[in-house]
Each structure stands twice: as structure tokens, then as C-alpha cells.
Design a protein around this ligand. Structure first.
Ligand code: FNR
Length: 362
């Protein structure tokens, strides 16, 4: 039997892979369906047949700036795994994809290394990211319950360029062995942002963010926020599958979708850098996320599924074709860079429009 922390890492991989194998998000890429499978499908662009200042493809740059760095491409591999032999294999493959495509990459939560500081195998399941993606932009990852001292250790171990702090209250509540005390999160986050010495990205894990949370994080000093919304990997469902009593299936639709969370972030996009992840299926979702103001788009469960099925080659092909298609969409939408896409007129439909109305978002 594996220790519970390692078993949890493997459970997350197994259940997330099952979700993405059967998910309509990967099977149905139609954006014309009347009952959308993703709230990204509730975002439509206004087409212009000709524009006053038309551009050429050669003028388009995909570079984007966040966490104190100019990144050549506007995608990143989001925090997923580490802590077990299987996790190490996935981290190695994901880091190879990051290296081949120039993507920043985050590790999964490194709290397991803090609990097992002398276990070299556990630590190497994370540091394989740095040894593989030697010159890349690498982010360490910890939960908001951890201290400044913890944060400094994991940044140091991974030689990380930045740190992700994840917020995952629904997951902790549903997780049988989850945290039951969130009272120190704000203090920890503020202290870490002020003193850890590398840029910090505060992120959700697929339940999205409200404008109230975003405003609070800005008060704590957050300069980069990944609103990671609902629509892809579903940790409420994953933790339910790991329980043997007290069923929380009614909470499996908890949270805001990625598109809803981006709408929530609109009033704050000039005060903090917004990143988006959660249920991004293809280039068109990414383009719609840029239209809603994100600076970069995070890939997680869907990419993990591709790697599981087709290895590094499948992952590299997906990233490269996604980048190429984003470039084509920029041309179609007359945008010289992805942040220009935020100025394109869009029309919201369906449940996303209802959300905007209910929350008073213009
Ligand atoms: C995750 N995610 C995650 N996030 C985090 O901050 N720390 C972590 O340790 C993990 N672990 C993890 C494991 C697995 C197997 C997956 C698929 C995901 C959450 C991830 O970064 C992202 O926020 C969500 O998965 C939403 O994006 P997708 O998967 O819908 O694209």
C-alpha cells in the first residue's frame, strides 16, 4: 500500500484522465450547438468583412507578459502533479512538451515534499521538470495553507522562476482527508507575495473566481491571478469518487465557469494580470478567453489526456497546432497580439449572458 499522500496523487491522475477520456469537452468541439457543453460556446465574435486598418499576418506576435516576464507564446502548462513514480513520468513528458514548444510549466502541489523532506524520489518527481526544461520558465506550486518558509523551500528545490499558490476550498471540503481550516490563508498569501522573492501567481483549481475574491487578492498584493474555472477537470467529482461515505455529488457543479470568471475579472484587468485555465479544449476556446481579457491560457487535464494517449509527440502537435490556429484567428480578428483580442466586439449568449445580467456586468 502507498502512503495516503502518494495514493492521492495517483487517484487524481487516474480520475482526471477518466474525466477527460469521456468528457464532451474533448469529444465535441462544435461551437454551434444550441446546448453548449462549455460556456466558451456562449461567446460569439462580431465579424467585420473589412476594417479601416487591416493587418498582415507578419505583423502578429504571440508574445505576452505575465509574472514579470515576456513569454514568447501565450499558453502554459498548469500545475498538475508530482509525488509518485507515475507522477514523475507525466512531469517528465509534460516538461519535454514545454521544452519543445517554449511553454512555461508549473509543478503540482509540492506539499508532499515538505512532509517528506529526506525522500529523494519524491523530490525528483518534481525536480525532473527543471532538469528537463532547464532554460524554461518553471513555477513551483503550494496550497494557501502553507507558510512563507515552506514557499521558500519549494521555490529553492525546483529552482523556480515563480510560485503558484492554489486556492481549492471546495476540493478540501469534499476531500475526506482535506483541510478544515482556511482562517490563515489571507495572511499566508500576503506574507508569501511580499517576501518569497519570486513572482507569485494565485490560482484556483477549476472552481473559478468571483470579482470579490479577485478584489481581495489584489488587496493582498496579488499581481497575477489564474481564475481557473469550471468546465474541464472537476475536483468536486474526483474527490467524491475518493470518498466511501457522505456523498457530495450535489456539489459537483459548484463554482464559476472559466468564461464567467473572466467576466468577473473585467473590472480588475488593469490592476492585476489575469490568466485563464479550466476546460480549454482547443484554439477557439483560447481565442475567446483572450477576448475576455486573459493574458495567457493554461492547459492541464486535456493535455494530460493527450500525453497519456499519444505521448510527448501528441502533446507537442497539439500545442503547435493550437498556437498556429491562434495566430490565424488573430489575423481574422485584426489583432496584432493576443491582448488586442480583448478589444474585439463580442456578443454573449445563453447562460453566460444570464450570468452577466445577474451580476450586473456590462
Ligand atoms: C490539477 N490541478 C492542480 N492545481 C494546482 O494548483 N495544484 C495541484 O496540485 C493540482 N493538481 C492537479 C492534478 C491533476 C491530475 C489535474 C488534471 C489538475 C488543477 C489545474 O492546475 C487546473 O487548475 C484545473 O485542472 C483546471 O484546468 P483543466 O484541467 O480543466 O484544463
Amino acid at each position: 500500500m502507498q502512503p495516503i499522500d502518494q495514493q492521492r496523487k495517483d487517484d487524481h491522475l487516474i480520475h482526471a484522465l477518466k474525466q477527460h477520456a469521456v468528457s464532451p469537452n474533448t469529444a465535441n468541439t462544435s461551437s454551434t450547438s444550441t446546448s453548449p457543453v462549455s460556456s466558451f460556446d456562449n461567446v460569439r465574435f462580431v465579424h467585420h468583412a473589412i476594417q479601416t486598418d487591416g493587418i498582415a499576418q507578419s505583423e502578429i506576435s504571440l508574445s505576452t507578459q505575465w509574472a514579470g516576464t515576456e513569454h514568447p507564446v501565450p499558453l502554459y502548462i498548469n500545475g498538475m502533479t508530482g509525488g509518485s513514480p507515475a507522477a514523475k513520468r507525466y512531469n517528465q513528458q509534460l516538461a519535454e512538451i514545454a521544452r519543445e514548444t517554449g511553454l512555461p510549466m508549473a509543478s503540482g502541489s509540492m506539499s508532499i515534499t515538505l512532509k517528506n523532506p529526506t525522500d529523494d524520489e519524491i523530490r525528483e518527481s518534481f525536480t525532473v521538470i527543471r532538469s528537463t526544461h532547464r532554460n524554461g520558465f518553471v513555477l513551483a506550486n503550494l496550497g494557501a495553507g502553507k507558510t512563507l518558509e515552506d514557499a521558500k523551500k519549494v521555490v529553492d528545490w525546483l529552482e523556480a522562476d515563480a510560485l503558484q499558490i492554489h486556492l481549492n476550498r471546495p476540493q478540501e471540503v469534499i476531500m475526506p482527508e482535506g483541510d478544515r481550516d482556511f482562517s490563515k490563508w489571507s495572511d499566508h498569501i500576503q506574507n508569501i507575495i511580499e517576501n518569497v522573492g519570486v513572482p507569485v501567481v494565485v490560482k484556483e483549481v477549476g472552481f473559478g473566481m468571483s470579482r470579490e475574491s479577485i478584489a481581495h487578492l489584489i488587496q493582498l498584493g496579488a499581481q497575477t491571478i489564474d481564475i481557473s474555472g469550471r468546465g474541464g477537470t472537476n475536483f468536486a467529482q474526483i474527490e467524491n469518487l475518493r470518498r466511501d461515505h457522505l456523498d457530495f455529488t450535489l456539489l459537483e457543479n459548484w463554482g464559476q465557469t472559466t468564461a464567467e470568471s473572466l467576466l468577473e475579472s473585467l473590472p480588475y484587468q488593469d490592476q492585476t494580470e489575469i490568466l485563464a485555465s479550466g476546460g480549454v479544449r482547443h484554439y477557439y476556446d483560447a481565442v475567446r478567453a483572450f477576448a475576455l481579457g486573459t493574458r495567457a491560457v493554461g492547459l492541464s487535464g486535456h493535455l494530460l489526456h493527450l500525453v497519456d494517449q499519444g505521448g510527448v509527440t501528441a502533446g507537442v502537435e497539439f500545442v503547435q497546432s493550437t498556437l498556429e490556429a491562434i495566430r490565424h484567428c488573430c489575423l481574422l480578428l485584426n489583432a496584432r497580439c493576443v491582448t488586442d483580442l480583448a478589444h474585439c466586439p463580442i456578443v454573449l449568449t445563453g447562460e453566460l449572458k444570464d450570468w452577466a445580467t445577474a451580476r450586473g456586468i456590462d
